[in-house]
Design a protein around this ligand. Sequence first.
Ligand code: SF4
Length: 270
Amino acid sequence: MSQPVRQLEVVSAGADARPRPFNDAGEADNGNGHRNGKPKLPTIGGEVVDPAEVSAEVEKLDAADAIGWVIERFHPELYFALSFQKTSSVTVDLAHRIEPRARFFYLDTELLFPETYETRDRLAEHYGIEFERFAGISVAAQAERHGANLWRRDPDACCAIRKVEVMHQALSGMQCWVSGIRRVDSETRAGAPKFSWDKRFGLWKLNPLADWDDKRVWTYIKDHHVPYNPLHDQGYPSIGCMPCTSKAEGGNARAGRWAGTDRTECGING
Ligand code: SF4
């Protein structure tokens, strides 16, 4: 019998949400990157460690072992971020096999494709997982304050409000988060390490699929019968918010995100 699907309404960034740039100068802010006005130090088990050394150690591990490594050290202060693209399907399956109580969350911009929400629900039912939902101000409130279709006029501001601000809320109190980014995604991700200290949010970050290509992702999904986003079958290599995602034939896997602009990232992964 299938498990009931329940999406947790966790945090709203609130009515006063504003774009909040990361403060590299070490000045006090409300985000996760600093504490008491000082940058947080990279620690594991209470010990300050050298991120380069730890990164080199985790780089040798395959995806399952790397996920097991962070679960052992950081769970339950470990959060798997999901976009409900094909990589999320792999990550959920890998993590759930190792730790059924692994914690997953997603940023609901309220502008995701219906197929993406359906994929969320199919994964939740398949694994009996509760995905924790984080959302900022409503699209209507954003339009009231910043004008309609902000994503067309100022996507930086739109992503800052609907994604980056909310991500700070989601990662507050966590020691490590897990992303689905891969080196084959784009030039800007080509050098992504498997494990590193994420200065932007002030915690560790694992990219367990960093060295996976499309073939490996699809082989895993098919071999393990994992639910996946049907938009991939319709020609979308990368899937984000509806207004900023197209099929965009040619180019790298993320060429369809903010197509026709120089924009490549929303501010969470780069
Ligand atoms: Fe806004 Fe587009 Fe960024 Fe989504 S991807 S938050 S719609 S600018």
